[in-house]
Design a protein around this ligand. Structure first.
Ligand code: UTP
Length: 458
């Protein structure tokens, strides 16, 4: 066993848990790197990791559940009235400066394989603007529309934090007030190999992954951002994922219903397109609490179950758009309520003297929707897929840049059609800058499109 004064406790734990392979290159390390490795090891909670590894051997069976009730799109005049009323309440809440935006952008984007923070991925089908720029311009547009400053929280992780901050600084925060943009990191947790052991990423560091989007609530609190927001009078956080360029970041109707229903957390849902679609479904657990069951945990018989009208019984899919009350986040984080970890078997890069190799191992992540069962009051609102969901997950095929751009072009084309704006035959691609419109009503009725293949309306 190696001996280093001040670290004996840590070193003993490493040996006791069968992780001594992390010292395989010890003798070749400089003293600084030896210290770096020991520092990292001293922050690892080995007991927690043992418990998490035990999870990989268990099949997690969620408690009994049935489909969760949700509010569908308005069909009748009364329902439309209810939506209009929600919109009015939402607008008032936004104008009173009670709402902030919150994007989670700490993921590793491994499926996409993009070099750099996913938010820096060019996505505008004509403009080539990045995801971050499109989100920033939407926020700028809502600020103008509602005549209020809207703070923006951006959660990053160790690997992409500096690049994200640098990007925003270089672009002057896309004309947002930089004092109202809060960029902070989430926690990391070691991944494990198939035998439950730590993995070396370099000869002197351990491979760790960000602790999932569910780590965002703790990160908000630990970074001090939550208390800053609460001091500013923010009551509601509008949560979204960085990889959805269609998200309506500030939605008055959604916010209005959230307030009307006195909800602590509200969520948007869309109708699943087909039983195997890889999105979680909203459920009501047998203890009466609302939650989300991941697609991988939904047994096939439930996945395919139909109601008396022939529709999928588990129809309401979660698209990771939520509203969180700041008081609710404060209560659970201050009360040290932590969300559970889930296990994902993934390819993990491992150091070897011959070069990096990829092994199969386990990553542990928290999911933000696990906060839902902690609520007394919540609300689920249906939205239209084509208006609000264009996930960018993969390099090619399903949920890729190509499919997201197609969805963006389709939506912007619809907005023009709705406004009776003639679209010349030659036009193949249309993109509307958020600075021009964040909803069809904003599109100027007098717009004249040029005779060209690609049109950018700014
Ligand atoms: P995904 O679960 O789709 O992960 O994240 P990902 O990192 O984008 O991609 P893969 O799975 O590695 O291919 C959904 C959203 O949650 C954020 C991501 O940045 C994305 O906005 N996220 C995910 C975090 O902020 N932190 C995490 O630890 C995980």
């Amino acid at each position: 066993m190696i001996y280093v004064e001040g670290y004996q406790n840590t070193i003993e734990k490493v040996y006791r848990t069968g992780n001594e392979h992390v010292f395989a290159f010890w003798d070749a390390l400089t003293p600084d790197r030896q210290k770096h490795l020991l520092q990292e090891l001293s922050h690892i909670n080995f007991e927690e990791l043992e418990n998490l590894y035990a999870l990989t051997k268990k099949q997690v069976i969620p408690m009994g559940f049935e489909p969760a009730p949700f509010t569908g799109l308005p069909q009748t005049p009364e329902e439309r009235k209810d939506f209009d009323n929600a919109r009015a309440i939402g607008i008032e809440t936004i104008k009173n400066g009670k709402v902030a935006a919150f994007v989670v952008a700490g993921g590793q984007g491994s499926r996409l394989g993009f070099d750099g923070p996913k938010g820096m991925l060019p996505i505008g089908p004509v403009s080539n603007k990045t995801l971050f720029q499109i989100h920033a311009e939407k926020i700028k547009a809502y600020e103008k529309k509602f005549n209020v400053e809207i703070p923006w929280c951006i959660m990053t992780s160790e690997a992409n934090h500096d690049a994200t901050v640098e990007y925003f600084e270089k672009n002057k925060f896309f004309n947002l007030n930089k004092d109202n943009v809060f960029i902070f990191t989430q926690n990391m947790i070691p991944s494990l190999d198939e035998n439950g052991k730590l993995i070396l990423e370099t000869p002197y560091s351990i491979f760790r992954n960000p602790d999932g989007h569910g780590g965002s609530l703790t990160a908000l609190y630990q970074s001090g951002t939550l208390s800053k927001l609460m001091d500013m009078g923010i009551e509601i956080l509008s949560y979204f994922q960085v990889d959805n360029p269609l998200v309506r970041i500030i939605d008055p109707v959604f916010i209005g219903f959230h307030v009307k229903r006195n909800a602590e957390v509200s969520s948007k849902a869309l109708k699943k397109a087909y039983p195997e679609e890889k999105i979680g479904v909203f459920v009501k657990f047998s203890n009466g609490r609302i939650g989300v069951v991941e697609y991988s945990d939904l047994p096939p018989e439930k996945q395919n179950e139909k109601d008396e009208h022939g529709n999928l019984r588990y129809l309401a899919g979660s698209i990771a758009i939520h509203l969180f009350n700041t008081h609710f986040i404060e209560n659970i984080t201050k009360g040290n309520v932590t969300l559970p970890f889930h296990v994902a078997k993934k390819s993990i890069p491992k150091y070897s003297p011959e070069g990096k190799i990829h092994i199969t191992g386990y990553k542990f992540e928290k999911f933000v929707f696990d906060a839902l069962p902690l609520t007394e009051h919540n609300f689920i609102l249906e939205t239209k897929r084509e208006e609000e969901f264009a996930p960018v997950k993969n390099k090619t095929g399903v949920d890729s840049v190509e499919t997201a751009q197609e969805l963006m072009i389709n939506l912007y084309t619809q907005w023009l059609i709705q406004k009776n704006i003639p679209i010349p035959k030659v036009v193949e691609k249309i993109e509307i800058s958020p600075l021009c419109a964040v909803e069809p009503d904003d599109v100027p009725a007098t717009l004249l499109l040029p005779q060209q293949k690609e049109v950018y309306i700014s």
